[in-house]
Each structure stands twice: as C-alpha cells, then as structure tokens.
Design a protein around this ligand. Sequence first.
Ligand code: CUA
Length: 175
Amino acid sequence: MQTVAWIWSLMFMAVIAAVFLWVAAGASKTGAEKPDPTPAYRWRDRLFWAVIAAGVALTFGTLWDWPIAGHAAAAPKPDVVIRAVGHQWRWQLDRDTVKVGELVEFEVTASDVNHGFAIYHGKNRIVTQAQAMPGYVNKLRVRFTEPGDYEILCLEYCGLAHHGMRAVIKVRAGS
Ligand code: CUA
C-alpha cells in the first residue's frame, strides 16, 4: 500500500513538474518582459535553480526506512501468537499466559467498533499499544522482560462501559 502511494505521488509530482516546465518554457518565448537592469535581477535565475536543487537534495536526503519494526517478511517468527479481539465491552484473548523472553505477537482486531489495545505494567506504565479495528488485524510484537500480571485496558472511547474493558496477561518466569 505504501509503495503504491509512493509511486502515485511520484507520478503526480512528475506531471506537476512537466506542466511547470512547459509554462516556464512558454513564458520565455513571449519576450514581453524587459530585463530589469539592477544587479539583483541577474541573480534571480541562479537563485531559482539553487532553491530547486536544495529542495531536491533535502527531499532525498531526509528519506529513511519505515521506523516500525516487526512487519517485514524477514522478521523472526514469533514464539507465541495471541489473537486479541475487542468487543463492547471486553477483551477476548485465546491465551493469557506467556513466558519471560518469548517473542509474543498479538493479532489485534475488533468485532464491533474501534478499541485501543494497551498493555500496562503496574498502575501507570504503558508497555505498548495498538488500535483494534473491525475488519483489520494489527500485529503487535512484545517481548516481556519482567514477570508479573500485565493489565490490558482500552485506550479508545468505545461507549458506555469503555472503562470496564480489562484483561490480564500473566507473564511467568521462563523454564
Ligand atoms: Cu473499548 Cu474503549
């Protein structure tokens, strides 16, 4: 999807650039404009192309890889896959116990409306979160480093009992 959007953007930009150059080429042919004799005018063309070159350099110089890891085909296979479905108003997990150090992949989705799947350690420390959306699966990878009971709460207001959406993931010391 991202690649498609990128290709379309490039094609759109190429069309805009072509129209721009065509207009610029046509404008110089009319000869209606008299050159301004001031010295500043002579720098105008050079300044124009310098700005264009700087813009192109800046655009390509600031491109970097997508910062969210774990979605690439080359990513390691998870040790545990847990399907997490948000419902009004509860979390449905097909498994609730994992071991410290395991690579856990949550397949986060929803059956009715958008929910926010958030894993907490302790009262106020959020470990990670993802949107739970109907018709779409968000893969959320976590490697728990400390044993304990991790609470799952909802971070997206989803109706009357939104605050009551709670579940627990039990992380046990590895064998
Ligand atoms: Cu589910 Cu808020």
